[in-house]
Design a binder for this molecule. Structure first.
Ligand SMILES: Nc1ncnc2c1ncn2[C@@H]1O[C@H](COP(=O)(O)OP(=O)(O)O)[C@@H](O)[C@H]1O
Ligand SMILES: [Mg+2]
Length: 491
């Protein structure tokens, strides 16, 4: 390989067909004197210009071991080699200074003297100060090497997993979740399709290695909260944000709360009596009563103290880490909003009082519960308190550009839609060209990992399989039909 040219942060390299280099690969340019430069190939084209490029090509063909003897038969080969020569377009990612990675560069390597070679993932990792303290494997890169990240780089972070339907986003989220839980973290999952519960079983249906750390919570059954536990502030936030309650009605609710508190009976039952007997005008009473019934219909409010969830004890019952799966598939949109508001408000309360350790929240299609302005506002506040969000979505434009800008990690799966890709390209931690070129051609189950977890050296990963019962396949009419007809035959 030979150095052709440099334009801005792009370096063009000439390669022959024998140089097995793929998009996404990392190369080292070494001219023997200045620090070595690390570049990443993001695109390749054929060589079709003349002049100096051809000069360099001739040089590359006739040196090295590629061309030892010239004989007439080989002339055909040479012409093929010329036609197959490629230009590798690559981006500068940094340099190697004293054996360590340095993100800065400020010089032009010698075009005549430079040697260029592929650098392995392992060698790249070796350029960083510390080995991963909490390693987790994501899968393999194009060269078949394991891509290992450090769980501490997911910690404290905003993470986005996006791509089209069926591209492998939820699978990847399950991978992150299972690894975080194994490392002792606490993860709350907004499980929109009730698909994460499969992690409790291995492929043959026996309890998995993390089954003891998972807790599946269902509305109307064990996903229940008492008013008393939630507290006055959380109730006011549920009313205001999740139930769109006018502020005058919220104020009445707060008065009712104080009355219930004086009576020593803060409960959903007592609330029923109070909203019905409140000395207010009919319009306000209607609003009070309708919010009461809305709350009741969510099936997440407990009547008795014994049944209610207490996050602190839920966490202390899982001393080695826990995944708390909130099954939301059968909940109404309103009930989902209420649940999410409960989670966010109550967890923030507990974190503020240092009652619980920092937690992770995985949210599938978060825009289905709250619009993006709500999340934008919540993101910075929550991070400050110790709630670290992972958004999983097949509608990238459901998150605002500012959310992408704040993201520490983005895992990008395949996209069909150019517009979506454009939006992400504009706003993520790497240049748009790399995003566009590397993601456009990605097959399912492969993603481009960008950000802190990969030390800002983006890498295409073939996501590994998981040793769990992978549910969450989209329900299909004909599949269901063929199962019922085979059972009919068997009967
Ligand atoms: N890396 C992988 N290895 C094996 N199976 C996978 C992998 N990624 C996805 N799948 C499977 O492909 C299907 C679609 O993946 P899923 O994660 O549900 O897609 P998405 O959430 O993007 O719609 C699922 O059946 C899932 O189990
Ligand atoms: Mg999914």
């Amino acid at each position: 390989m030979k150095l052709l040219s440099k334009r801005g942060d792009e370096i063009q390299i000439l390669a022959l067909s024998g140089d097995r280099i793929e998009k996404g690969d990392y190369l080292v340019i070494d001219d023997g004197t200045s620090p070595k430069i690390i570049v990443q190939v993001f695109d390749e084209t054929y060589l079709d210009s003349t002049g100096i490029d051809e000069e360099i090509l001739r040089d590359e063909l006739f040196t090295a071991d590629k061309m030892k003897i010239i004989d007439p038969d080989r002339l055909q080969t040479i012409s093929y080699m010329i036609r197959d020569a490629r230009i590798l377009r690559s981006k500068i990612r940094g340099t190697i200074v004293n054996g360590k990675f340095n993100p800065e560069i400020g010089w032009l390597p010698s075009r005549a003297q430079s040697s260029i070679r592929r650098i392995s993932q392992k060698e790249l990792n070796g350029l960083f100060e510390n080995a991963a303290s909490h390693p987790m494997s994501l899968g393999k890169n194009a060269g078949g090497e394991e891509v290992v990240i450090d769980a501490t780089d997911i910690d404290g972070s905003l993470t986005i997993i996006t791509g089209r339907k069926e591209s492998g986003k939820s699978h990847f989220a399950k991978l992150l979740l299972s690894e975080l839980v194994k490392q002792g973290a606490y993860v709350f999952v907004l499980d929109l399709n009730n698909e994460y519960s499969g992690l409790a079983s291995d492929a043959s249906g026996n309890p998995s290695d993390i089954s003891g750390r998972l807790k599946i919570l269902e509305p109307g059954s064990n996903m229940l909260f008492t008013l008393k536990y939630l507290g006055k502030r959380v109730l006011s936030e549920i009313l205001a944000h999740a139930l769109d309650t006018p502020s005058i009605t919220v104020r009445e609710y707060m008065k009712i709360w104080d009355q219930m508190n004086e009576e020593g009976d803060i409960s959903i039952r007592n609330l029923y009596n109070k909203v019905n007997t409140a000395k207010v005008n009919d319009m306000v009473r209607d609003a009070l009563v309708s919010r009461y019934y809305s709350m009741l219909s969510t099936r997440v409010f407990a009547n008795s103290d014994a049944m209610g969830i207490d996050f602190k004890s839920l966490i202390s019952k899982h001393p080695n880490g826990g995944g708390f799966l909130f099954s939301m598939a059968k909940m109404s949109p309103m009930a989902r909003r209420v649940l999410v508001q409960i989670l966010l408000s109550k967890l923030m309360d507990l974190l503020e009082n240092e009652d619980i350790p920092p937690v992770f929240i995985f949210a599938e299609e978060a825009h289905l519960y709250f619009e993006h302005t709500y999340w934008e506002d919540a993101i910075t506040r929550m991070r400050h308190f110790g709630i670290f969000l992972t958004f999983i979505t097949n509608q990238p434009d459901s998150l605002n550009v500012t959310v992408y800008r704040q993201a520490d990690n983005v895992f990008l799966f395949n996209f069909i839609n150019e517009k979506d890709l454009e939006m992400i390209a504009q706003s993520s931690r790497i240049d748009g060209e790399t995003v566009r070129e590397l993601v456009r051609s990605l097959p399912s189950r492969k993603c481009l990992a960008i950000g802190k977890a990969v030390k800002d050296l983006p890498v295409v990963v073939k996501v590994r399989e998981l040793p769990y019962d992978m549910r969450g396949r989209t329900k299909k009419f004909f599949a269901a039909k063929s199962i019922s007809s085979t059972t009919a035959k068997a009967a």
